[in-house]
Write a protein that binds this ligand. Structure first.
Ligand code: CMP
Length: 231
């Protein structure tokens, strides 16, 4: 598939004319990363926007205690790297490919040129960045108001909603997540996450088979989370 036709599926560039997409496509380059490969590190300088064509990218950083904290997992047609591009500061987090991943790269000057011609791209960028800020607020609230069992519930519900695939046995979270990844998401340890998952499994809410989490009763998880927010 040509770069321009890939861009037709990327919300950021969807509204452009075919001719405009061709122009941007000429300014982009493709980079592929192997599963587990670092795309960039926190605190590195950077002025490139990455658009994910296929694969998954983990946005993360080390906590004070040396454990990993995951801010988000991004998938096809999503972008990252816009913060350094706009404010000229260092990367705010690490970005690592979780599976074999193909990205398109756009340099600052070319994105700005593109925004000058199509200002609604800036509006779209703001909408996405605003959405991420809201999610980050939700995360701060969860970290300060919920215990680990509650945070596990919140993350599972969020992931099921974003990445869940309906199967006859329930909603499968189609991410190759380890329990350490989940611990990184909820700001806890693998052992505690393991206990929380067993607890919800015994209640019949979910099943864990290797790295696949199968949500058997999403409604029950949501009700349980609502109770924990209220308590
Ligand atoms: P940048 O700071 O250039 O490099 C790291 C990138 O991770 C950042 O741009 C954003 O694209 C992305 N990022 C940082 N924090 C978050 C977050 N809380 N949620 C989602 N993406 C983030």
């Amino acid at each position: 598939m040509s770069t321009a036709s890939v861009l037709a599926h990327v919300p950021l560039f969807m509204d452009l004319s075919e001719e405009q997409r061709q122009l941007i496509a000429q300014r982009m380059r493709t980079r592929r990363f192997r599963a587990g490969e670092t795309i960039f590190y926190k605190d590195e300088p950077g002025s490139t926007l990455y658009i994910i064509v296929s694969g998954k990218v983990k946005i993360h950083a080390l906590r004070g205690d040396g454990e990993e904290f995951i801010y988000d997992i991004l998938g096809p047609n999503e972008f990252f790297g816009e913060l350094s591009l706009f404010d000229g500061k260092e990367r705010s987090a690490d970005a690592t490919a979780m599976e074999d991943t193909t990205t398109l790269l756009l340099e600052r000057e070319h994105l700005l040129e593109c925004i000058e011609r199509n200002p609604h791209i800036a509006i779209h960028l703001l909408q996405v960045v605003g959405g991420r800020l809201r999610d980050a607020d939700g995360l701060i609230q969860a970290l300060t108001s919920l215990d680990v069992y509650g945070r596990v519930l919140k993350v599972l519900i969020d992931l099921a909603q974003e990445y869940g695939v309906d199967t006859e046995r329930g909603r499968s979270i189609a991410l190759n997540l380890t329990q350490s990844d989940l611990a990184g998401y909820v700001g806890s340890t693998r052992e505690t996450v393991n206990k929380a998952l067993s607890y919800y499994r015994k209640k019949g809410y979910l099943n864990v088979v290797r790295r696949q989490i199968l949500i058997r009763d999403l409604r029950a998880l949501q009700t349980e989370l609502a109770k924990r927010w209220a308590s």
